[in-house]
Design a protein around this ligand. Structure first.
Ligand SMILES: *Cc1c(COP(=O)(O)O)cnc(C)c1O
Length: 768
């Protein structure tokens, strides 16, 4: 319970208007989730200002408000407290409450596993004491303490806090608020969070907890983590170390058995041994939180066997190595809450030990949580680690694609790797490409922003279990924020791209192949992402403008056939052959030079011959085509795979396009007559695909339609298509200009009267 009196006392705040409610059930920082009788705290931070949500909070039942600016609406019936700084005020309140109450505190620090450790410690202590688990998520780590203390009652003897440190200084602030008697440091991930300069700075931040504790207090350290173990030299408090299979530790788990539903182990503490214990948590890495909880128990006279009993029915947390029943009776392991390289490798190691040899392991990896400059290294490390463990690897997202390439380099067969960029495509790969069975273990892992829980949800056998997934509440969804370093950006909707590709396939039918035109960086949409998404959704060929663009795709690990549409100089042909690319051919002299170059490599060059049926750009003239072919047939190192032409006005002039089709057919007839076969014959671009439906031959080359844009005002896409790109910016300034004031270069506007203008941070560099 929160009392108005305490808040006024602690914060030195001023009542605004008449006081109403005196007691409040909980704090609330998200107006959309205000509950009756809550106390709303209006905050102002780098991310914005929630004072404008005060009224909404009150409408939803909040009966108290803490704010820096007085409300400009009627607040009758609501207790409003005005302070200079609401964050500071609420921290003062937390300190006041901590001093006033006699509750003792335990603080849990480290890179990962803290939430489970809080729960384990709570369970062990709860065998003897009244314990509050102070485990509240907050965008500002320091606020997690007051938010947790809102539920403290006079009956509580212990509170267990999770100390999250996102930036230097967080630990000191948290320690001065919580004043712990016992500390636990679980682990330190070798890749530090982005706000820290390096791992040493992050390590020093965690060490502050150890340094803070006094001789009559206790600290529990992970013996198996070199950095954490080294803290024992900085400790004045009694030190207890916990470890797995490591005889140096005070409290040790050994004979660990990784199972698909839990973990078995023996425990040793001095001369005491407990054999054949079992917890329903997956992975050796989860034992550290369990051991730490047992150690806290030992500190407070709770014998090991009692502690072990209290932990025997621990439940996996949502999104943390949580086993669920999947479709077709596969075993789903939901590890989607967050992902560091270390926790991802831990999940892989678990499955390597727990799997049955007959089982197939499918590892679905979304982009890890932001790693800043260490992103590439981190993803590669994870990718390499999948080899030999995962039978199939599905990567989702641009960063995770790097993990896929590292897996290929390390020897994973290309056929076992699927590269996707959206939840929808990952789900499609799992459902329609892999034929899941009861012999499959599907481990799904990824950082918060990737929302991989949606992949898990799509694979659940029983949709009622969706409530067991992570991020099911609105404020946790909001925590997945996007902070662009440039205030103008584009957003690409990979799901829309996938849907557009499928819509094209539905129009052209199974007999006609789709060549996805991804030249010019996929019209600015990103060539690699677009290509991989198009290939997963029904395209079978790619087209680019030149060798450079083709190489970018090959370097990204794309093995699909690629046609170079434009001119390829003879000096490039060897590379074209080596990279297994296809060139456009329209000239005999060039054909001879190409033949010579590919002959030197002892390989064949694959070509599509281009005929100019009326566009007047690249292509052999119809009258010269037969002669060209007669000579081409004699060239041993040229393999003619296709023939094509290009429409010049399919989006505008159907008559002209029809003439081009006739001209193309007139070229094809004698070629066929002389027995020349083509694997691919193509003419239509996007507009052609929509307008000359009877003459698609057996392939279409679509660009603009992939991206969901209408070819022209006359030729419009059907309803099913959606634009892939959205261009966004923010308002940088709003101000009022007097009448007659100029606006913009060239004084292009003059205000008519007093006018309000909004300034957007967009210019040439943003493509405007
Ligand atoms: C760019 C291009 C296309 C794709 O045209 P869209 O109108 O974007 O579908 C097809 N063929 C060739 C030869 C191209 O150069």
């Amino acid at each position: 319970m929160i009392s108005l009196y305490d808040i006024l006392q602690a914060s030195n705040g001023q009542l605004f208007g008449e006081p109403a409610a005196q007691l409040f059930s909980d704090f609330c920082t998200d107006a959309a989730r205000a509950t009756p009788n809550a106390f709303f705290i209006a905050l102002k931070g780098d991310w914005g200002d929630t004072h404008r949500h005060m009224q909404e909070a009150i409408q939803r039942g909040a009966s108290g408000v803490l704010c820096m600016r007085p409300p400009d609406f009627d607040t009758t019936g609501v207790s409003v407290v005005l302070v200079r700084d609401t964050t500071q005020a609420i921290l003062l309140w937390a300190r006041y409450i901590m001093l006033k109450s006699s509750v003792k505190t335990i603080a849990i620090a480290g890179s990962s596993g803290k939430t489970m450790a809080v729960e384990a410690v709570r369970r062990v202590l709860a065998t003897r004491y009244a314990v509050l688990a102070g485990d509240v998520d907050s965008a500002d780590n320091r606020l997690s303490i007051p938010l947790a203390l809102a539920r403290l009652t006079a009956a509580h003897q212990w509170v267990v806090f999770r100390l999250d440190t996102a930036q230097p200084g967080d630990m000191n602030a948290l320690l001065s608020l919580t004043q712990p008697q016992t500390g636990v440091v679980l682990n330190i991930d070798p890749l530090s969070p982005p706000q820290f300069e390096n791992i040493d700075q992050f390590t020093a931040e965690q060490r502050r907890l150890v340094e803070h504790l006094n001789t009559d207090q206790a600290v529990i350290l992970n013996y198996d983590d070199d950095r954490v173990r080294s803290f024992s030299s900085a400790a004045r408090a009694k030190t207890i170390t916990v470890g797995v299979d490591n005889f140096g530790a005070t409290l040790m788990a050994y004979n660990v058995v990784a199972g698909l539903q839990g973990t078995g182990f023996d425990v040793r503490y001095g001369s005491e041994r407990h054999i054949g214990k079992w917890i329903p948590l997956l992975g050796k890495h989860q034992l550290y939180g369990v051991l730490a909880a047992l150690a806290v128990g030992l500190q407070h006279n709770i014998p090991l066997d009692e502690g072990l009993r209290a932990l025997s029915d621990l439940k996996p947390l949502p999104g943390r190595m949580n086993p669920l029943m999947g479709i077709d009776d596969c075993l789903l392991i939901d590890d989607t809450h967050s992902a560091t390289p270390q926790s991802t490798i831990a999940a892989l190691d678990w499955v390597a030990h727990a799997r049955d040899p007959q089982q197939r392991v499918i590892f679905v990896l979304g982009d890890l949580d932001a790693l800043g400059a260490q992103s590439q290294v981190g993803h590669r490390q994870v990718g390499q680690h999948t080899v030999g463990i995962a039978d199939v690897l599905i990567t989702e997202g641009i960063e995770a694609a790097g993990a896929g390439r590292a897996a290929l380099d390390q020897g994973m067969p290309a056929a076992e790797l699927y590269t996707t960029f959206s939840n929808v495509d990952s789900i499609a790969a799992l459902k329609s490409r892999l034929r899941l069975t009861a012999h499959d273990v599907v481990v799904v892992k990824g950082g918060a922003a990737r929302r991989m829980e949606r992949v898990v949800q799509a694979l659940l056998k029983n949709q009622d279990e969706a409530q067991l997934l992570t991020r099911q509440t609105t404020d946790m969804l909001r925590a997945v924020t996007f902070q662009p370093t440039r205030p103008t950006w584009v957003e690409l909707d990979t799901d829309a791209l996938a849907a557009n590709v499928r819509a094209i396939k539905a129009i052209i039918g199974q007999q006609v192949a789709l060549m996805a035109v991804v030249k010019a960086d996929a019209y600015g949409h990103g060539a690699v992402t677009t290509s991989q998404t198009a290939l997963l959704n029904g395209a079978s060929y790619l087209a680019v403008a030149n060798l450079e663009e083709a190489l970018e795709l090959r370097e990204a690990g794309i093995t699909a056939p690629i046609l170079i549409l434009s001119y390829t100089p003879v000096y490039s042909v060897r590379e074209v052959v080596r990279q297994n690319l296809t060139v456009t051919l329209y000239d005999l002299d060039m054909a001879r030079a190409y033949d010579h170059a590919s002959g030197e490599l002892g390989r064949k060059l694959r070509v599509h011959v281009k005929v100019d049926t009326g566009m007047g750009r690249l292509g052999v003239m119809p009258g010269d085509t037969l002669t060209l072919f007669r000579h081409l047939m004699t060239l041993k190192h040229i393999e003619i795979e296709g023939i094509y032409t290009h429409f010049s006005a399919a989006d505008d002039d159907p008559m002209y396009t029809a003439e081009q089709v006739v001209a193309f057919k007139n070229v094809l007839r004698p070629l066929r007559g002389s027995g020349i076969q083509f694997k691919y014959i193509h003419a239509a671009n996007s507009a052609g695909m929509l307008t000359v439906k009877d003459d698609l031959f057996n392939m279409v080359r679509c660009g603009i339609a992939l991206y969901g844009l209408h070819p022209s005002q006359k030729v419009r896409l059907p309803e099913a298509f959606k634009p892939v790109m959205t261009w966004k910016t923010v308002v940088a300034q709003v101000k009022t200009l007097p009448a007659g004031h100029m606006v913009g270069y060239g004084n292009s506007y003059r205000t008519q009267r007093e006018e309000t203008v909004a300034i957007l941070p967009i210019g040439y560099g943003d493509g405007f």
